[in-house]
Design a protein around this ligand. Structure first.
Ligand code: ZN
Length: 120
């Protein structure tokens, strides 16, 4: 097996930009991929920076970084939002409305359900 230089995703995206003329759909796909890459890198950077200086990355910090970088979306829910949602497990009926952290399309890779954010 030959040793090939490893190309980073950022380099691959930059290289893809040099292919001209890029079809509009490919250009749009690259823009989306680039934006998602930047968000995931920022999330990773936040986590690593937290521990690099001897920090102890905890759940609240992870949640804050996930929200900051668009992986989780805080949504004020007037009622439990689903059988699998943590809000159902951690809050009683009389505590609603509560803020629930919904997984975004960036995290799941699936299109976002507009019903999930319309009650915010
Ligand atoms: Zn919920």
């Amino acid at each position: 097996m030959s040793q090939q230089p490893v190309m980073t995703l950022a380099q691959a995206l930059a290289l893809a930009d040099t292919v001209t003329p890029a079809p509009a759909a490919a250009h749009e796909a690259l823009s989306v991929l680039r934006a998602e890459f930047i968000k995931f890198r920022e999330f990773a950077r936040d986590c690593v920076e937290d521990i690099a200086d001897g920090g102890d990355l905890d759940g609240p910090s992870l949640r804050a970084f996930a929200v900051k970088n668009g992986l989780l979306l805080p949504v004020m829910m007037p009622a439990p939002c689903g059988e699998t949602c943590a809000c159902l497990e951690y809050f009683s009926e009389d505590e609603f409305p509560v803020e629930c952290l919904h997984r975004t399309a960036l995290l799941t890779g699936k299109p976002e359900d507009p019903r999930e954010t319309s009650e915010a």
